[in-house]
Design a protein around this ligand. Structure first.
Ligand SMILES: [Zn+2]
Ligand SMILES: [Zn+2]
Length: 322
């Protein structure tokens, strides 16, 4: 591959670790509106600065770095209101292509969402910055405490990151999912109880004395799961809808339940630079330890095999080391 040249304000990163993600798997299997296929692939990365464009002051060649693949424009109507995650330009200006030897990071990302990787975490762990920022964005504003019981629906990497973040706040966390192996990982990471989806209602009821959990995090992106998620939350509780459904999908809810039980349904998407900074500190300070979410490592040539394994539900996250 020809080594790209960074323009003014840009960084050329030699990728040391790039992680597979559920979004990549969706794009691989069925296509994705925001990830044109075929095309540059992969968006979670950590690496070393190989070359810098003119005017970059904060980084030097040879610096180990961790970053995300997008940053807000700071100029659109949403940015001006402080809703940086909803920036009108954030998706068009994002970087894809971390499953490669080199990756050019554009100026707005270098300036807002790039950090020097601390020595106490590996490149593999540092590459968790982006998915963790997404989870931080949906969970941190809720102010979860150790008095809360949380149900995480879905035991994939995102579900497990929700588990870790809720555990770091002391909450009691229940995890439901289809894969036995992932549920065992959830248990090892501190889940109070894990169970197959068919047992969710009885398990939630027995753990909460029939009351329901304080928070539900839906991490599957299946419409029928979105609908049943509401059944497990207590009166006055909140359901966070993290998993994105396919375009055009619709869901229905019992209006009486939503109104009289004062249920909050909360969509969550992407992250702000503030969320990225929080995620960086959680990783740096060892509050969130992601090592056990890495199932295997492979080189670029093994990538096809990795996605086949993921599509079979094998493993959690894989590190590609170009
Ligand atoms: Zn991702
Ligand atoms: Zn904007």
């Amino acid at each position: 591959m020809q080594r790209p040249v960074p323009a003014e304000g840009e960084l050329l990163i030699k990728v040391k670790a790039a992680l597979t993600c559920g979004t990549d798997l969706k794009a691989f299997l069925r296509g994705h509106a925001l990830i044109p296929m075929p095309g540059p692939f992969g968006h979670e990365y950590a690496g070393v600065v190989a070359e810098k464009g003119k005017g970059v002051k904060r980084f030097r060649v040879g610096d180990p770095v961790m970053g995300v693949h997008s940053a807000p424009c700071l100029a659109c109507a949403f940015c001006r209101r402080g809703h940086h995650h909803l920036c009108e330009n954030i998706m068009e200006t994002k970087v894809l292509g971390s499953f490669a030897e080199y990756l050019v990071i554009p100026r707005h990302v270098v300036e807002q969402n790039m950090f020097r990787k601390p020595g106490n975490i590996s490149f593999d762990e540092a590459a968790f910055l982006e998915p963790l920022a997404c989870v931080v964005h949906g969970m941190e504003p809720l102010g979860i405490t150790r008095r809360d019981t949380v149900l995480v629906i879905g035991s994939g990497p995102i579900g497990l990151l929700h588990l870790l973040l809720a555990r770091s706040r002391g909450a009691k966390v229940l995890v439901t999912g289809l894969e036995e192996e992932r549920l065992l990982t959830a248990k090892a990471l501190g889940a109070a109880a894990v169970f197959h989806p068919s047992r969710t209602a009885e398990s939630v009821s027995s753990v909460t004395g029939g009351m329901g959990v304080d928070y539900v995090f839906e991490c599957t992106g299946q419409p029928q799961v979105w609908e049943t998620a509401v059944d497990y939350v207590r009166r006055g509780g909140t359901v966070v809808l993290f998993g994105g459904c396919r375009k055009g999908e619709h869901v229905t809810y019992d209006a009486e339940r939503l109104h009289y039980d004062e249920i909050t349904l909360k969509g969550t998407f992407h992250f702000t630079p503030q969320d990225v900074r929080k995620a960086y500190l959680l990783l740096k300070n060892g509050v969130i330890r992601v090592k056990s979410l890495i199932s295997d490592r492979c080189s670029l040539t093994g990538i096809q095999d990795v996605f086949v394994r993921l599509s079979r539900g094998e493993g959690i996250k894989y590190t590609i080391r170009p």
